[in-house]
Design a protein around this ligand. Structure first.
Ligand code: ATP
Ligand code: MG
Length: 414
């Protein structure tokens, strides 16, 4: 420690020489870090610009810059809290810090560290300073900077002690080519990938607990979504439509542009199936019909996959054989991000993202109104094909229903 301090004081001379122009005001910024997308090799530039584009659209910051490995939001007159509230909707961000941005000037770095400590110090007793120097021409090495600022803070706040292993406060300093960032505290976000980098998929959004959570997980992996919901008017009312749109609206928070929610009036098909299919198979035949319609819409909107909230073994429609029978009519891959989740995990996630309270409202989606009493838990694809071959009107009905799909555009940019 002592040697480091000496070295720090020795280097300080050079640093003072290095001092640049500028007043003593400290600029407030948000320092945004992204982990996974930093690892993407040649695609890195694409991921970074998508992340910046999404921050622009979702957070609408006054100014934003890219600094190697970091994104910097310049707060100007904007409040940090306002930015913070919206940042949580940007997938691809690993964590962020409120920070002061200063030029390569040790006096300013000291001032920034002092102000931050003043702002954050309550009952804490221990701290450390951690420096990262990616700009190697800066004359002071990381260790030396940490030791120097640490010594300065000890002098200013005599109640504090240094604890490098388990500090209550960590003062971070990042020395970049164009500027230096000083901060305390990193706030974790969800990580994931910027929405849009993984293409687009169509989410089968029911009014239940699972499908909104499934959509959230795919958004987190960078997949943009549109939603399709099958309702049965007049058995379902406008309240069911509102419920679906409220759920879609929560997901739309994470979408940089607007989200399109498609609502299918499914009643005619359900009635036809109910009247012409043995009760035990009616649910699976309905689901296959939903799949065909969803595939047709996906082709129209250029979605590359379907997403469902399906989960092995929860209900009759979700046994392995029935999952297979349902997806068998889909040309597109069916993504099921919740497939291995426990119900409690799904419920907890839906509470966390705010869809739970809407999902438990009593307004039904289509399936409840036409649910068979004892749905088959196992269905052979051959058997289903035989049943469907007798449903002469089914494909015409699917065409008719497709023409009647209603589109709702939701989100911040509408
Ligand atoms: P959820 O909670 O999402 O409704 P669930 O546990 O009730 O799921 P099912 O009713 O078997 O399970 O539905 C499985 C999946 O099929 C849903 O997660 C959803 O993706 C899709 N789905 C079911 N009904 C509809 C519907 N009416 N409109 C759109 N998609 C639906
Ligand atoms: Mg359901």
């Amino acid at each position: 420690m002592c040697r480091q301090l000496l070295a720090a004081f020795f280097y300080i001379e050079n640093v003072v020489k290095y001092k640049m122009e500028g007043g003593m005001t400290l600029e407030k910024v948000v320092l945004v870090r992204y982990a996974e997308i930093g690892l993407k090799g040649r695609n890195r530039g694409y991921f970074e610009s998508k992340l910046i584009e999404n921050i622009r659209k979702i957070v609408k910051p006054p100014e934003i810059n890219k600094r190697y490995g970091r994104i910097v939001i310049r707060l100007k007159e904007q409040l940090f809290e306002e930015i913070e509230d919206k940042l949580k909707y940007v997938f691809g961000i690993q964590n962020y810090s409120f920070a002061y941005a200063v030029v390569h000037d040790i006096e300013k770095i000291k001032k920034a560290a002092f102000e931050l400590m003043k702002l954050n110090l309550k009952q804490q007793k221990t701290f450390k300073v951690e420096t990262k120097r990616s700009f190697k021409q800066f004359p002071m090495k990381s260790q030396e900077m940490s030791a120097y600022i640490g010594a300065y803070l000890l002098e200013q706040f005599p109640q504090l002690k240094v604890d490098v292993h388990n500090p209550e406060i960590t003062v971070g300093i990042e020395i970049k080519e164009k500027e230096v960032f000083v901060f305390i505290d990193k706030k974790k976000l969800y990580g994931g990938l910027p929405v849009g980098v993984s293409g687009k998929a169509l989410l089968l959004l029911s009014g239940g607990i699972d499908s909104p959570v499934a959509g959230w997980y795919m958004l987190k992996r960078g997949v943009n979504i549109e939603t399709i919901s099958f309702l049965s008017p007049p058995f379902t009312t406008e309240k069911s439509v509102k419920k679906i749109l409220d759920l879609a609206n929560i997901l739309a928070n994470y979408v940089p542009d607007s989200l399109r929610a498609w609502i299918v009036p499914f009643t005619e098909i359900q009635q036809y199936i109910k009247n012409n299919v043995p009760d035990r198979y009616s649910l699976i035949v309905q689901r296959r019909s939903m799949m065909r319609i969803a595939n047709k819409l996906a082709a129209k909107i250029k979605a590359k996959a379907l997403i469902t909230g399906e989960n092995v073994g929860q209900v009759a429609s979700q046994t392995l054989t029935n999952l297979h029978s349902i997806e068998n009519v889909s040309k597109l891959p069916v993504l099921r991000p919740l497939i291995g989740f426990d119900k409690t995990e799904i419920v907890n996630k839906s509470k966390e993202i705010g869809t739970y309270e809407i999902s438990i409202l009593p307004y039904i989606d289509s399936c409840v109104a036409f649910a068979p009493k004892n749905p088959a838990t196992s269905s052979s694809i051959n058997k289903l094909e035989v049943i469907e071959s007798k449903l002469k009107k089914l494909s015409t009905l699917e065409e008719t229903v497709f023409e009647k799909i209603k589109k709702y555009v939701i989100g911040r940019n509408v």
